[in-house]
Design a protein around this ligand. Sequence first.
Ligand code: MG
Length: 264
Amino acid sequence: MKKSVITVLMLLPFVFCMAQGQQRNAPPSQQKQEYPARMTPQMTEFFEPAVPVIQPAAQVGMPPSDAIVLFNGSDVNKEWEDSKGNPTKWVVENGSLVCVKGSGVIQTKRKFNDFQLHIEWKSPSEVKGDGQGRGNSGVYLQSLYEVQVLDSYDNPTYVQGQAGSLYKQHAPLVNACRKPGEWQSYDIIYTAPRFEEDTLSFFTPPRVTVLHNGVLIQNNVSLRGPTLYIGMPEYSVRKHGAMPLVLQDHGNPVAYRNIWIREL
Ligand code: MG
């Protein structure tokens, strides 16, 4: 490369800086429009659309003003039914909704897509059975994906089947179980799967976050497919839209209370 060309290249940055300096020192009327325009604080401050105002509950864990109350201690048949659409045989005792062995699952009459769910549950204080046979029930998101309910207090079982697991798919991060007979809570944030037109093609899988007694135990995990007892869930599932919330009858008298949901 010729020496003169090299000299020009070396001087270019100095020439550029001098030009910038002159631009900044010029009166505002003579300054050129900078592109992109210089950012101001107001350029990243938006007022529309306004954020909806809701009334939070006076006590944490109770339903806020925009929640749908699914069970508040009475009249289970207002929001729930059995799998055939008939009144459930689960019973209400002392403000709790208790599973009756052999009565089958119960499901909400409403159908849901994405949601935030609060639900409280209690395994029997009298400990009977072990492993999967002790205080077993379950919260089925969109009727298909089970968050396990189990008395996992000093009760070993396979880790993807203990309390707070996404059954057979994700073990909880920690075991936050209280003793049998004590009320516990799940707070579940659920994002439903999105499907392509072709039901066998790739979809955005369901995603789940769970807090157990206020402790994060599932952190936005992705599900492979619907819950299975035997075999590996498949990535492809039958296309579905909004579905009911389901509570499992696993033969144990697990009790529920204070159930509410917010559609997202
Ligand atoms: Mg279960």
